[in-house]
Design a binder for this molecule. Structure first.
Ligand code: ZN
Length: 485
């Protein structure tokens, strides 16, 4: 789809069920209701933090939003006091195969086996309704590789190998996502759907422009599958051979950087030289993000065609706070064409450790002409917030001022649209041993900062099963002090 075509699509007139009042949401997975009981969990949500909206983690194979505490991390002060080492993941609702067509994998195979026949949505929705809580189903594109047939949906990397993630232009994958949201929207009287994709395109990946562990292998970037190639050729916007050639050259360059070499003109100039020789490097990153937004739009239209009053929106990855390259792709005005809301991640405590990791990765890469602290100063300036120095931030996290600034920025970008901005708030997202931890005061300050800056809501993240009750209470106190309880 061409950029202009995308912009020409009018925003559908949505009857969003979040027009009035502040959305006070929490992300919660099936295991918490199994361990603690539906009534008891909802009681805690209401009494501790005045929650009015549940985000049920209904489809994921990841431990970030489902399952109990990550093994090795301290268990919180509620729930079963043992690790679920047999966590599997998948679809925690009932699978209705009739809504899926031509998906490459059998939808029944995605049914999560963790809790027997439990249907998370059927179990929680009626109880939530009694308490006048809204229910949003929350899914993310984290898969496992042992689902029969899944190979057909995967990305293909620069050297023709299957990638770890699924391709956004793969019709089986697209059909599966549309089947999934059709199933949810037709089978349950939900208030909305949120989907999240914590990924970026080949350029961001080749440059290791995200937080994480070791630097990325620049030969592992995608997607170079036949579906992407055909789509690119059909668009006729750029030379597909140039894309491949450019990324092969970039791979060589990145490998030299990782070996510690400093080219005569420095890394930044060498990179710019390559970018000017191969503008396809940038065009391919744009192509990936356009494909993501097309996926958003397809999901949006599918849900709205069935239940126009349901809200549809997206979890925006924390990388939005770190990488200018990634932030440039999060054009809120453009996103407003296919979204009712954005959950913008601004996890203040985890941000310190994550930003330090991001800075280490890019300073070992395209920012190699800079000292790490200079790289951080550059990013603080460009991203328009300022926190402590590089050695400190893993131990301090980020402040409430960061949350306020990120909230104001997202709201300003969304002004004049109907888009709701919900600040994603960190409650006990695991950090490395010895690094900063969430506190009741810090949580309270972050919630106050988000709502004080005018956010349409806050979404307490990532999952109740890793949150300590005192920190959840910190969020509740902020909501009371702001007169929203
Ligand atoms: Zn592809």
């Amino acid at each position: 789809m061409q950029r202009r075509e995308f912009l020409a699509i009018p925003a559908l007139a949505a009857q969003v069920p979040f027009e009035t009042g502040k959305m006070i949401g929490i992300q919660v997975g099936a295991v918490s209701f199994v361990d603690e009981g539906v009534d008891r969990v909802l009681d805690i949500f209401e009494r501790t933090a005045h929650i009015n909206t549940l985000f049920l983690a209904v489809f994921t194979y990841g431990r970030g939003i489902a399952g109990r505490q990550v093994p090795g991390q301290p268990l919180p002060d509620h729930g079963k006091q043992e690790y679920d080492l047999d966590f599997h993941g998948g679809n925690y609702a009932t699978v209705h195969p009739e809504y899926y067509r031509d998906t490459g994998i059998r939808p029944e195979e995605t049914r999560a086996p963790d809790h027997g026949d439990l249907d998370l949505v059927a179990a929680v929705l009626p109880e939530a309704r009694k308490r006048r809580m809204q229910v949003i189903l929350w899914a993310e594109d984290v898969w496992r590789d042992d689902i029969p047939g899944i190979d057909q949906l995967r990305e293909i990397d620069l050297h023709g190998r299957r990638g770890a993630r699924l391709c956004l232009n793969n019709p089986y994958h697209r059909n599966f996502l549309l089947g999934l949201v059709e199933d949810y929207t037709r089978s349950y009287e939900i208030d909305g759907i949120m989907w999240g994709s914590e990924r970026q395109g080949a350029l961001g990946n080749a440059l290791s422009a995200s937080h994480g562990g070791a630097p990325n292998d620049a030969g592992r970037v995608g997607c170079f599958c036949p579906y992407c190639e055909t789509k690119a050729r059909r668009q006729g916007r750029f030379d597909f051979r140039g894309v491949r050639e450019g990324y092969l050259r970039l791979e060589e360059m990145v490998n030299e950087w990782h070996a510690g070499e400093r080219p005569t003109d420095g890394r930044f100039v060498s990179f710019l030289r390559l970018l000017m020789r191969y503008p396809e490097l940038l065009a391919w990153e744009q192509f990936w993000h356009d494909s993501l937004r097309e996926t958003y739009l397809a999901i949006y239209r599918k849900v709205k065609s069935i239940r126009p009053e349901a809200a549809v929106g997206w979890h925006i990855w924390h990388n939005n706070s770190f990488s200018p390259l990634y932030r440039a792709q999060q054009d809120v005005r453009e996103l407003s064409r296919c979204s009712d809301f954005l959950k913008v991640v601004m996890y203040h405590n985890a941000a310190g450790e994550r930003m330090a990791s991001y800075i280490r990765r890019v300073t070992g890469n395209v920012f190699g002409d800079f000292a790490p602290q200079e790289t951080l100063d550059f990013h603080y300036r460009v991203m328009n917030y300022r926190e402590k120095d590089l050695p400190s931030i893993p131990f301090t996290g980020f402040s409430a001022d960061y949350v306020a600034r990120e909230t104001r920025r997202a709201l300003a970008a969304a002004s004049g649209t109907r888009l709701k901005i919900w600040s994603g708030i960190d409650i006990d997202i695991p950090t490395e041993a010895g690094h900063s931890q969430c506190t009741p005061e810090g949580t309270k300050a972050a919630v106050r900062a988000a709502l004080g800056a005018g956010a349409h809501g806050v979404l307490l993240s990532r999952k109740y099963s890793e949150m300590r009750l005192a920190n959840l209470r910190g969020a509740g106190e902020a909501i009371e002090e702001l007169g929203l309880a």
